[in-house]
Design a protein around this ligand. Structure first.
Ligand SMILES: [Zn+2]
Length: 334
């Protein structure tokens, strides 16, 4: 961990009781604004004694369900409902979220790959450093709300990686069940480095992620699951005083991908014709889809086949593909 302090400051006081909204200021000196700062929106609601919960959306700027759910939550939270503290960042990678892009248009970085960040690095590195070294230091629990973004569509699910510590994994599972999305999914180990999950684990924060729909839009059903899940999560960890304010629990099917055979990739460039649908149960060897090359008339399409058996939890959205694009991924019961 870089020992240099953050250069970011905030217009809210995390130690003050009540409900505050404001901005985390990220210094950004550019041609049009010499002493300017980027305004990362933040809300802090603090009342009485209880845990601190960090709620984030917009880690990837083209994932909208969580950004909408947290915007609504900020408006609706009332101070006397709270025992403890809720810190909400609805657009954590603000430049990416403002542009509706997965990665930041300023430095091209993916916030979910650069933790623990760098207080002297480009904006995305500074944000990662602030989240891990300031916000997670204060937090007991966290939610990082994602969806499929522009290129994927997911069955609504909570997500986590297979943490090394079995005790921590059981606690995360319990929180996933409290969120009550229809599915929970564990990524295989080594899926990606530098994620929010890694930061949370380093800081001893119990964190759950989500994948809610996607395709670069907001769907009513996924948004409803996301909003109810956030309420249940806040009630479960004890920061929502009146637990009856939360909606009734729901059952969650626990899934995982034991390895990368559960991911199906395009083997060439062309136009993707999906055959499998989200929610299908498929077998190893089943046809997943075709890749067509209309630029080469008379050329037969290439088949894509599943290399494992399981439930289709994620599918690619855009039609054009190149070799290496993820077309589907599967989950199987834990
Ligand atoms: Zn994401």
């Amino acid at each position: 961990m870089n020992r240099i302090a953050t250069k970011m400051s905030t217009t809210v006081d995390y130690e003050q009781d009540g409900k505050q909204t404001g901005f985390i200021r990220l210094p950004h000196s550019v041609h049009r604004s010499a002493y300017g700062w980027l305004p990362i929106p933040v809300a802090c609601v603090k009342h009485g004694q209880g845990p601190t919960v960090l709620l984030m959306a917009g880690t990837h700027g083209d994932e909208y369900e969580g950004q909408v759910a947290l915007s609504k939550l900020i408006c609706n939270l009332e101070v006397d409902q709270i025992q403890g503290r809720i810190i909400v960042l609805p657009m954590v990678n603000f430049p990416a979220a403002k542009a509706g892009l997965r990665t930041s248009p300023i430095d091209e970085l993916n916030l979910n790959r650069v933790y623990p960040g760098d207080p002297e690095g480009p904006p995305t590195m500074m944000i990662a450093h602030y989240v891990e070294s300031v916000l997670m230091k204060m937090a007991d629990y966290a939610l990082d709300l994602h969806s499929g973004g522009s290129s994927l569509h997911y069955l609504p699910c909570t997500i986590a990686t297979k943490a090394t510590d079995a005790g921590r994994r059981d606690q995360v599972k319990e929180l996933m069940q409290s969120f009550g999305a229809p599915h929970a999914f564990f990524f295989p180990s080594g899926h990606a480095g530098g994620t929010t999950n890694h930061a949370a684990e380093r800081q001893g924060v119990l964190m759950v992620g989500t994948e809610m729909g996607g395709s670069g839009t907001v769907s009513a059903d996924c948004l409803a699951i996301c909003e109810r899940g956030v309420q249940r999560f806040l009630a479960k960890v004890g920061v929502l005083k009146n637990a009856s304010a939360a909606v009734a629990p729901a059952s969650t099917r626990m899934l995982h991908a034991p390895n990368f055979r559960y991911f199906c990739y395009a083997s060439g460039e062309g136009l993707f014709e999906p055959v499998a649908a989200l929610g299908d149960e498929v077998q190893e060897g089943d046809l997943a889809g075709y890749v067509h090359t209309p630029e080469d008339p008379g050329c037969e399409p290439t088949e894509a086949r599943f290399e494992a058996s399981g439930l289709v939890v994620c599918r690619r959205t855009p039609g054009r593909v190149i070799r290496g694009d993820c077309l589907y991924h599967l989950g199987c019961d834990i």
